[in-house]
Design a protein. Structure first.
Length: 256
């Protein structure tokens, strides 16, 4: 099976692994998430929520983001630092899969930038246009030596702004692009020129809770607009080959 998905990754620049995260692992992580949310908001109500699909949770998060964005940000930042999120990727076997796809041993990769994204409906302040992750980091100069793993914690589709991928676009390498700041967007962006985007077939990653979308870091992609009534909740992590000569810590001149 791994050889088949490895071939698909090399050919298309991305793969989808169905049911990569078990319901049990998602439930474990959800219990941590609601405990953190309850603690930071002093709300026992949150502890009664059942899952990431619970409508009460979405209403609570949307209101928290509107009325108390500092606390919302604190929740977001704390999850990034948590062992719960780290274990989410390790215990599920995602890290082992990533190392195999990069054709190295488990201990020869660098996990980076784990995050739980919580994107409110009709709010694009943290959204990026068409871009490549490889343009934002020098961890590996070769975008084929790094992977992005994207896992939705509820079903995603065009309505709630699922991930959009340009199939085969990893063949471009990392495209030189200018930094871009747009009114209403918080983050500085390095966007791929339209002439490159138009060359490739654009696909919506319509996948279910616990499925994993894995792409090379130089695949052209973006998130869609969340026009639903719910938060879009997704877990992400990046993996890099650390023994590759293009890794940013690799010695430029070997000592004698």
């Amino acid at each position: 099976m791994l050889s088949k998905i490895s071939t698909k990754l090399k050919n298309n620049g991305f793969i989808v692994i169905k049911n990569a995260i078990s319901k049990k692992e998602i439930h474990y992580f959800f219990n941590f998430f609601k405990k953190l949310l309850s603690t930071y908001t002093n709300s026992n109500e949150v502890l009664a929520y059942n899952s990431f699909e619970d409508l009460r949770l979405h209403n609570f998060l949307i209101n928290l983001n509107k009325k108390n964005p500092k606390v919302f940000s604190s929740v977001y930042d704390t999850i990034i630092l948590s062992s719960a999120l780290r274990n989410f990727f390790v215990k599920s076997g995602i890290e082992k899969i990533a190392s195999r796809l990069l054709q190295v041993n488990d201990y020869e990769i660098c996990p980076r930038s784990q995050v739980l994204r919580m994107d409110p409906p009709n709010n694009n302040s943290h959204s990026y246009g068409w871009h490549q992750d490889s343009a934002y980091t020098n961890y590996n100069q070769n975008g084929l030596n790094a992977l992005i793993v994207w896992i939705p914690l509820l079903k995603v589709n065009k309505l709630n702004g699922t991930l959009k991928v340009c199939k085969n676009s990893h063949a471009e390498g990392t495209i030189k692009a200018k930094k871009y700041v747009k009114r209403g967007i918080i983050s500085e962006q390095i966007l791929v020129p339209d002439r490159f985007v138009k060359k490739y077939k654009m696909l919506d990653m319509n996948v279910n809770q616990g499925d994993a979308v894995i792409t090379y870091s130089n695949v052209i992609h973006k998130s869609g607009d969340n026009s639903s009534q719910l938060m879009r909740i997704t877990a992400l992590i990046r993996y890099h080959k650390i023994l590759s000569e293009d890794f940013f810590k690799f010695p430029k001149q070997k000592s004698h």
